[in-house]
Ligand binder design. Structure first.
Ligand code: KMH
Ligand code: ZN
Length: 272
């Protein structure tokens, strides 16, 4: 089993400061959160940015500030979101690529997202994949539902995503695949040989599915983007608190943590 890569999804686009007072909002908040997550055991951050009032943004200037600060203070792998927030335009969603990240998220299909729809039509997905390829940015392919895996395989066959692809199974979004072990195993079995993947789950599903990922040889995505609570009724104090818990559980289960340098090897990031 490879050492465990912990990704911290720091803020996302959905949670608000009203719901979670410790949510990072400004680039400076994101940088501080990233530093603390690195100290707690993370090897990668998944980044969205927010406007000053906390609303979701994809402003390249905000991405540049956050990415530059994280690079200055840490050796973390930096992954920007191209999912952004429901309703963002295609151009807005590409705002983070200008910051020169190591990786970017790529969702290969559309999915209901609570009462909204997270739209990823085939042409848009191809354009996003081609842009990442041009810029040498490795995609993290976000699988919200079963049908997205065959789409990813077609992209691979077309040469638009790397043959040694990295996936993130995002379970428990209302409208997507449920956060349970059977579903995780079903999806894992469909991934092509030679892939790497992490498992994320929203809300109450986060802790059990993250723990399952440690045992199953997968990698883990945790953080406030997916879950604002530490335990039932108790909000997380920070992203780092969630990362530290995963690091502790991995320690108990004798799965060593990957440093960012080891994670770059595992994810075949050299040359990207
Ligand atoms: N905020 C969601 C609509 C991603 O970062 O690529 C999409 C999302 C996925 O968060
Ligand atoms: Zn995201």
């Amino acid at each position: 089993m490879d050492p465990l890569i912990i990704t911290a999804a720091l803020t996302g686009a959905e949670a608000t400061r009203e719901q979670q007072p410790n949510l990072p909002v400004t680039p400076e908040d994101l940088i501080e959160a990233a530093v603390a997550c690195r100290e707690a055991g993370a090897a990668m951050v998944h980044l969205h940015v927010r406007a000053e009032d906390g609303t979701p943004s994809s402003d390249p200037k905000l991405f540049r500030r956050a990415v530059a600060g994280i690079r200055e203070r840490t050796d973390l792998i930096v992954q920007v979101s191209t999912g952004g927030a429901v309703g963002m335009s295609e151009n807005e969603r590409l705002g983070g690529l200008a910051a020169g990240p190591d990786m970017a998220s790529l969702t290969p299909g559309s999915v209901n997202f609570g009462s909204d729809v997270f739209l990823n039509p085939p042409d848009l997905v191809r354009r996003f994949a081609a842009r990442m390829q041009d810029l040498g940015i490795k995609p993290e392919i976000e699988i919200f539902d079963h049908g997205m895996i065959p789409i990813a395989l077609s992209l691979q066959a077309e040469g638009l995503v790397p043959s040694q692809a990295h996936f993130d199974l995002v379970l428990g979004v209302p409208g997507g695949a449920p956060a349970d072990f059977e579903t995780a195993m079903l999806l894992m079995r469909q991934l092509p040989a030679g892939s790497t993947y992490s498992i994320a789950a929203v809300g109450r599903g986060q802790l059990p599915l993250n723990t399952f990922a440690i045992l199953a040889g997968a990698h883990v995505r945790t953080g406030l983007e997916d879950n604002i609570y530490y335990s039932r009724g108790r909000k997380a104090a920070s992203n780092a608190e969630l990362v530290a818990r995963i690091a502790r559980i991995a320690g108990e289960l004798e799965r060593p943590l990957a440093t960012p340098a080891q994670a770059r090897d595992i994810l075949h990031l050299a040359g990207h």
